[in-house]
Design a protein around this ligand. Structure first.
Ligand code: SER
Length: 602
């Protein structure tokens, strides 16, 4: 059975059980700046679990593309993916555990003809916070289905973000692979960490399309399903290497004998190119922060693998073409945004060639140091902090001087079974970049904020803030000063009296609205005349003219300011904007203090 067939079967089956088919949500969640990507089928329906009357139907079925950046380090094995499709059935007060479990089993055995002996299940064992799922246990027993009991980590789902609907799960496994997660949303987790019972229990299930195809077709991994196979073959053709059935293949390059897990590289390349294509199709440009940084990271990781397979750029884009062709029938957005996708890949792959040479160099340095088991130094910097630990100082040096992304250096160290002196890196990073320790630690982990320069995000926020103030208070408001550090924004502006609470709230919500709209920020050279005609804010025209360049930053059509930058590429990277204080600064001047709440995963 191929992917098309499986999607159709699933949807038909649940339509037959009175479910309404709903179109997949965008990979970029709407109205939810707290998460970068859609990570689950239920995300677009989150509010229906607390407000079931707003749902377009009591029962819904979908096929939802998801991005799970938390799995990026696991990609390369048989089942993990960054981009995946989830088939799901949902209910908001329509049916409960019994139907969900029975229909799930019926679909597996009757529709997909899976032999019952291949199927096992699990339930939530309970803990101090939430009780054991006795009800599901009883249902499974009455169906004579074997189950195991697992703890919270495996069998309790959600919420996405820090609050929301959540509950115990039943999972179906086939041949030991987890293929279907049935979530019974019976609790609501509050911000303070407590749980209350939901009035109407909800159903949220997710079946990984790729994993199910593996089980159905008895393949060894998701890359041998029809979703990937044409791309794997294309990699074989272009590299002249075989994906093969054994994990280690010997090949010789530049007279060097290499033992490499070829399949792992194929898998990482294929997964990352596919994820890049889907994210790019949402018009996300490569960037140093937020979503754009995820794209950058995916392309760089794939580029590194393809270079090690002996491929020169442009390479990834040829694979993207294969994906675009095969997925466009189901996801036409890929075809529509083909040029944008290709450009993202081509530009970044090319830009990354040079730093990549240094990544290879770094690996050689580490290997040499490891082999001699001494604290070898380069430019007076130790390569290893002590035997078995890669020095943070050297990783920092490579980053500063050659642009080697720290997360890649860390990856290299890990490949060589070395630990990393993260504190050493953090210290230097903090000292030199004046970025908060936490931001750098997140970045170092290869986390979502990436190489966030919080002050850059704040800087763009002040442009929007000024405009919002003018919108709420009147055009006579002008900037009188601005001071940004990694903790907060301090912004002074001309206005004769204190703002009311409503005015403050209004300003804050306008700024967040603009952020959510993710308007692009464009930098360009301009003339005094043009700037004036656009009504651009120009505090220091004289200074700019003196320095010979008049640069204007435009945030969509919303704000134009003469300014030296730097700024984020699109407003969405800013994160959540929050005014914490409005006060007097001096006569006729008010002062706003604001912070940014950073983006996080769900
Ligand atoms: N939300 C659950 C998951 O993502 C079930 O769909 O696994």
């Amino acid at each position: 059975m191929d992917s098309r067939n499986l999607r159709e079967k699933f949807i038909k089956f649940f339509e037959g059980k009175n479910h309404k088919l709903v179109a997949p949500a965008s990979l970029i969640p709407e109205n939810d700046p707290s998460v970068l990507f859609t990570t689950a089928g239920m995300q677009q329906f989150k509010r229906f679990y607390t407000n079931p009357e707003e749902a377009p139907a009591k029962n819904i079925v979908t096929c939802q593309p998801c991005i799970r950046t938390s799995d990026i380090d696991n990609v390369g094995d048989e089942t993990h993916l960054t981009f995946l499709e989830m088939l799901g059935n949902f209910s908001f007060g329509g049916y409960f555990k019994k139907e969900a479990i029975e229909w799930g089993y019926e679909f597996l055995t009757d529709e997909l003809d899976i032999e019952p002996e291949r199927i096992t299940s699990t339930i939530f064992s309970g803990d101090d916070l939430n009780s054991r799922d006795d009800e599901s246990a009883g249902i499974l027993e009455s169906m004579r289905l074997k189950y195991k009991e697992y703890s919270r980590e495996d069998n309790f789902w959600g919420p996405t973000g820090d609050e929301g609907p959540c509950g115990p799960t039943v999972e179906f496994y086939i041949d030991g692979i987890e293929v279907w997660n049935l979530v019974f949303n019976e609790y609501y987790k509050e911000k303070d960490g407590s749980y209350r019972n939901l009035q109407t229990i909800g159903i949220d299930t997710g079946m990984g399309l790729e994993r199910m195809l593996v089980a159905l077709n008895k393949k060894n991994d998701v890359f041998q399903t029809d979703l990937f196979w044409s791309v794997i073959q294309e990699i074989e053709r272009l590299t002249d290497l075989k994906y093969g059935s054994k994990s280690d293949i010997e090949y010789i390059k530049d007279n060097k004998q290499c033992w490499v897990d070829i399949r792992k590289k194929f898998r990482i390349i294929a997964d990352h190119v596919r994820a890049t294509a889907f994210i790019s199709a949402e018009k996300i440009e490569v960037a140093n922060t937020g979503r754009g940084y995820i794209v950058r990271r995916l392309i760089r990781r794939a580029t590194r693998r393809s270079k090690s397979l002996g491929m020169n750029q442009p390479f990834l884009v040829e694979l993207a073409d294969v994906f675009i062709k095969s997925f466009s029938t189901y996801y036409p957005i890929l075809k529509e945004e083909k040029d944008f996708i290709r450009k993202n890949l081509i530009d970044e792959e090319q830009k990354f060639q040079k730093p990549l040479d240094w990544v290879d160099q770094y690996r050689e340095d580490l290997e040499a140091a490891q082999k001699d088991n001494i604290i070898k130094k380069i430019k007076d910097i130790p390569i290893l902090l002590k035997p078995g630990v890669a020095s943070g100082e050297y990783i920092y040096e490579n980053f500063q001087t050659y642009g080697v992304p720290p997360d890649l250096s860390k990856e290299v160290a890990k490949e060589l079974r070395l630990e990393v002196d993260q504190a050493g890196f953090d210290n230097l990073y903090k000292k030199h970049q004046e970025i908060s320790r936490s931001a750098s630690a997140r970045m170092f982990k290869g986390g979502l904020v990436g190489q966030t320069e919080i002050t850059t995000r704040m800087h763009t926020a002040t442009h929007i803030l000024l405009k919002a103030l003018q919108e709420v208070l009147g055009p006579e408001v002008h900037q009188r000063g601005s001071n940004i550090n990694e903790e907060r924004i301090r912004f002074d502006f001309s206005y004769p009296k204190a703002l009311t609470n409503e005015q403050v709230k209004k300003v804050e919500s306008i700024v967040n609205e603009k952020i959510r709209e993710n308007i692009s920020v464009v930098k360009r050279e301009t003339t005094v005349e043009e700037a004036k005609s656009l009504g651009a804010e120009a505090q220091f025209v004289d200074k700019y003219i003196k320095y010979g360049n008049l640069t204007m930053y435009s945030i969509g059509e919303y704000s134009h300011e003469l300014c030296g930058g730097p700024h984020v590429k699109s407003a969405g990277e800013i994160g959540k904007f929050k005014i914490i204080k409005e006060e007097s600064s001096s006569a006729g001047i008010r002062r706003i203090r604001a912070i940014l709440e950073s983006l996080s995963t769900g």
